[in-house]
Ligand binder design. Structure first.
Ligand SMILES: Cc1cc2nc3c(=O)[nH]c(=O)nc-3n(C[C@H](O)[C@H](O)[C@H](O)COP(=O)(O)OP(=O)(O)OC[C@H]3O[C@@H](n4cnc5c(N)ncnc54)[C@H](O)[C@@H]3O)c2cc1C
Length: 429
């Protein structure tokens, strides 16, 4: 997934980017911030959904469609847009009940759709856009990807060069994106383009929804260290996008992108698994299976377990703050901690495997996954390799440290000589 923008002062970021509803993994924190009436509303909608649509016999798309129509996709979204307009805290009630009855859930196939596209469309889209895109996104009939990074613009995504030029009621797009997760399965992409090269870089951007099946869109696989091609490069040659697929105003692309990126960080790092589950459970599992263990390895395991628990509790606190309407810097803390911890956990797993850890579980054939396997999802040796990307995707650990240094600790900002210079005058290779 994409990167995080270079840090800007927290206050101005918050001011330009209304905090979108939290749509990410919900689950384990008891809710305390809602009225009985709202909970009754949710529980009664749940009861009606399950009565009319038996999860065991209803197709996935039909069940998810009915769930959306019942306002149980993202309960904090407005009625008609997949929600009931109630506190996001009540999403936990929905998720835990639907998990209990083993209701269909395809969210892993559409992580960018659920985690980033939905809140971005909600915050910046028109009513017509919400009506067109949210339901098939939720049912996973339409998968989404994120087209931000370019060969010359990753951490500095505001420096991107893909051009969109207005032509009547359409825009003509030319350029290249890279590292585009799941572009090969996506029907729509979140696309940031440069529409005015003569103003400073953050001001000349415009954000579109692009049809990945439109003429002129070419998706080519990029193979990762795991052997898989989970991401792609995407080329745009004279691609026409109707103006109706623009999100927010011309020139407001940075504001929209900030919404997407804030949600991305939470979607990647903000999960709250049960204690001792999630990634740390992989290390516990391998530990139990290996008879040859040293005291030093036990010490590493315990240290990692404690750090995983601290991360889990930090995410619980972040979730509670988001529900109270005060999103803090925890999204960046979680992204940074989670990425570095995942890498160390899988390093321990591979060390515990001894010589077996040097083997690869498959013949290294190229797979085209249909979901983003952020930390693997296969054998731990595969996961070890996949986890190396955790500190790059969604914003590198260095950029997360910059954000925390500047916004939380109040350290002096990086020198940004190009901030007020028209983009066209910034030297680039
Ligand atoms: C598995 C994976 C999936 C991805 N999926 C997507 C996707 O779906 N969509 C998308 O748009 N992008 C995606 N990306 C791209 C990702 O967002 C970028 O790789 C990331 O933002 C870094 O950009 P870059 O690769 O251009 O590296 P660069 O920005 O060139 O950075 C190179 C190195 O310099 C460091 N650096 C750069 N600037 C600074 C600074 N100011 N201070 C300190 N250090 C700095 C970086 O930390 C890094 O170590 C994905 C990446 C990976 C690995």
């Amino acid at each position: 997934m994409g990167r995080t923008p270079r840090p800007t002062p927290l206050r101005s970021a918050a001011a330009v980017s209304p905090s979108p509803p939290t749509v990410v993994n919900v689950g384990d924190v008891p809710r305390t911030d809602t009225t009985t009436t709202d909970e009754d509303l949710v529980r009664s909608a749940l009861g009606a959904l399950l009565e009319a649509h038996d999860p065991a016999t209803t197709s996935t798309a039909a069940f998810l469609g009915a769930r959306f129509d019942a306002g149980l996709a993202w309960v904090s979204f407005p009625p008609g847009a997949g929600g009931l307009g109630v506190s996001p805290g009540l999403q936990a009630v929905v998720e835990s009940e639907l998990r209990r009855v083993k209701a269909p859930n395809e969210s892993e196939r559409n992580v960018i759709g659920y985690g980033m596209a939905a809140p971005t469309i909600l915050a910046h889209g028109t009513d017509a856009q919400r009506a067109r895109y949210l339901r098939p996104l939720f049912t996973c009939e339409e998968i989404w990807c994120q087209l931000f990074s370019e060969p010359g613009a990753g951490s500095d995504v505001a420096g991107l060069a893909t051009r969109a030029v207005r032509d009547g009621d359409e825009w003509m797009v030319n350029g290249q994106k890279v590292w585009t997760t799941l572009a090969h399965t996506a029907r729509f992409g979140l696309l940031v383009t440069r529409t005015d090269p003569d103003v400073p870089k953050h001001r000349g951007l415009t954000y579109f929804i692009v049809d990945m099946h439109a003429p002129g869109v070419e998706v080519r696989p990029l193979r990762q260290i795991t052997g898989d091609a989970e991401f792609n490069e995407v080329f745009f040659t004279d691609v026409r996008i109707p103006d109706g697929q623009r999100l927010d105003a011309v020139g407001a692309g940075w504001r929209v992108a900030t919404t997407t990126l804030m949600n991305e960080r939470v979607a990647i790092g903000g999960g709250v698994p049960a204690r001792s589950s999630g990634i740390i459970n992989e290390a516990l599992r391998v530990w139990r299976q290996r008879p040859q263990r040293t005291a030093a390895q036990r010490d590493r395991l315990m240290t990692l377990w404690v750090e995983a628990e601290v991360g889990r509790i930090t995410n619980m606190r972040a979730r509670a703050m988001r529900r109270a309407g005060t999103p803090g810097p925890e999204g960046s803390v979680a992204k940074l901690m989670g990425a570095e911890l995942n890498k160390r956990i899988f390093e321990l797993c591979v060390d515990l495997l001894g010589m077996e850890g040097t083997l690869f579980p498959t013949h290294y054939e190229m797979r085209r996954p249909d979901r983003a396997e952020l930390s693997g999802g296969m054998d731990v040796r595969h996961s070890f390799l996949r986890s190396r990307a955790n500190s790059i995707e969604g914003g590198t650990s260095e950029i997360m440290r910059n954000i925390l240094g500047e916004r939380v600790l109040g350290l002096p900002g990086e020198p940004r000589g190009d901030k007020d210079v028209p983009w066209a005058q910034i030297p680039r290779s």
